[in-house]
Each structure stands twice: as C-alpha cells, then as structure tokens.
Design a protein around this ligand. Sequence first.
Ligand code: NI
Length: 204
Amino acid sequence: MAILKIARMGHPVLRNPAEAIADPTAPEIRALAEGMLETMVDAPGVGLAAPQVHVPLRMVIFRLPLTELESMAGGEASLTVLINPVLESIGEDMEEGWEGCLSVPGLRGHVPRYTHLRYHGVDLTGQVIDRTVDGFHARVVQHECDHLDGILYPQRMTDMTGLIFDSEMRHVIAANRAKELEARELEAKESEERASEEVEATGK
Ligand code: NI
C-alpha cells in the first residue's frame, strides 16, 4: 500500500466519532494497518489513528518501547496495532507534557494527560491486548485514542499559552535548561551552607 494522505485539523473526519471494527482479522483491516504504518514511518510520527488517514474506524497504531526495562536495554520500539480500544485511567493523577500531531502540523502543545492508564482492545489476529502503563506510553495512547472520538490535543489543553510553533521549542528547551541550572546552583549553595554550619558547630 502506498503512503496515505493525512487529514488536517478542520477536516470533518477528525471531528466525528469513529466506528467500531466488526472483524479485526479482515484482510482490508490488515491492509489499512500496513498503510498506516508506512505513512507513520514516512511522516515520521510515534502514533497514528485511522481517522487521520480519512478512515473513520476505531484503530490506532503506535511505536513505543513497551516497558522502561525494554528501553533501557536499548530495545527497538515495538509496534502496537490496537483495535476497538477501551481506556481507563488509574487514579486521578495528571501531568503536563508536550505533544505534536500529524494532523496539526507545525505546532506543539503542552497537554495534561492521566499519568497512569489501563487500556485494552484487540490486535490484527483478534488477540486481546490488555496493558497497564504510565508516563509517555500512557500519553501516546490517550492522544491516539482521542482521535477515535473526534478530539484533537488542543481541545485537551487548559492553558493556550502552551500552544506554540515547533520551531520555537528551542525557547522552551532553553528555559528548562536555565531552570535546571538555577536549581542545581541553589542546591550547591545550600549544601555549602550546611557544611560551614557543621564546621562552626564542631568548632564550639
Ligand atoms: Ni494526533
């Protein structure tokens, strides 16, 4: 299958809820997944949902190291094809993180997502996928599955000052680096002070 055309924000296929897939093992569903994979690799992206290639069906794909251990071992990102997914947040903890979307090109947003997530669905062979994940993995699954309900990440944002151009991310990176440096300097100063207090105390 060739590289598929990606729908961009404003196209109705991204606004409407997608339909459940009756037979996940059907050859046309496998062909769609293959086309989506080729499109995602070409883009390149971490994940893609079927509505993003103008197909209103409940299927998402994503490439992630499945566990922290796997990624520490330098394991290749594994591909997941997730059909008819159901998401369940574990607890109410949320965290903010930067997201981009192939349907919202050139932009990046600071988006709150549930930190801990359980999701289940089936793969292309009809086998059940049931995982409990957190952090970036949880974020990607929430982002992709939102596409199946007609939701794009800007709709999840609570502070629109966090919507910026990709090319301006360097300012965010620079600001984060400055903040880190400041925190490290403060820490060094505090431990120096503690050390001199100890010297004074023993000197008495
Ligand atoms: Ni997206």
